[in-house]
Design a protein. Structure first.
Ligand SMILES: [Ca+2]
Ligand SMILES: [Ca+2]
Length: 235
């Protein structure tokens, strides 16, 4: 994998994914956002301009990440995919989105160093109401997206621009929807597995109900929302 093709899709209409059992995607909590835990910041962060009266200054703001296994209050806690998203979102974060090879490798290094078996990412198959758009078809190839930033992934067939594993539980390249083929749930969430099938450290489609450790990544939209709605709070 060299570069991830960044395909900016207008996926905003998909923000309201369908969750079983009446569960919802939760909103950020101002107190939890203000006290969010940051374990590390990325080297490749993001850039934005801040206007002053004299000139515009380029400021490099590095995004913060929280690793659930390093957090004492989460010791022994694993979450299903939506549970992981909601833990992060309440803190103005979301499950990690691996939009670049730099970020992908950086996260994988930490999984290996900390000997973590697997993690959830924000990756999700768009297989719910609202995913009928032509550019998402066929869903199994073009329907994957980073839910935290509403951004499409490169087609699963373009192996140079993604990090799907070449193997898995039934020795097939990922995504293989193995669990559904064996009579179980659809594998519609994206996890990074640490050599689980002796196949290296890379991406797998996994049924969303499984519980896993997770990585939260600061989410600029949620931070902006709280900064705007609570200007008196330092976030
Ligand atoms: Ca990211
Ligand atoms: Ca799979």
């Amino acid at each position: 994998m060299k570069i991830f093709a960044v395909v900016f899709g207008a996926l905003f209409s998909l923000a309201c994914a369908q969750f079983p059992g009446g569960r919802i995607l939760e909103s950020p909590d101002v107190a939890l956002c203000a006290t969010r835990v940051i374990h590390e910041r990325t080297p490749d962060g993001m850039y934005f301009c801040k206007n002053s009266s004299i000139t515009a200054t380029l400021i490099h703001k590095r995004k913060g990440y929280m690793f659930s296994w390093r957090e004492p209050s989460l010791r022994g806690v694993e979450e299903d995919w939506l549970g992981g998203r909601n833990y992060c979102r309440k803190r103005c974060m979301d499950l990690v989105s691996l939009e670049t090879s730099v970020e992908n490798e950086w996260i994988k290094q930490r999984i290996v160093k900390d000997k973590v078996k697997y993690i959830w990412t924000s990756g999700r198959l768009c297989d719910f109401k609202g995913c009928e758009r032509a550019d998402l078809q066929p869903i199994s190839i073009n329907g994957w997206f980073w839910t935290a930033v509403l951004q499409k992934l490169a087609p699963t067939t373009d192996r140079r621009q993604n990090d799907w594993s070449s193997s898995g539980g039934i020795n097939k390249p990922q995504p293989d929807n193995r669990e559904a083929q064996q009579g179980g749930a659809t594998e519609n969430c994206l996890a990074v597995l640490n050599n689980f099938y002796k196949d290296g450290v890379n991406w797998h489609d996994v049924a969303c109900h499984h519980r896993k450790p997770f990585v939260c990544e600061e989410n600029e939209d949620l931070l902006k929302y709280i900064r705007y709605s609570h200007p008196q709070v330092k976030i």
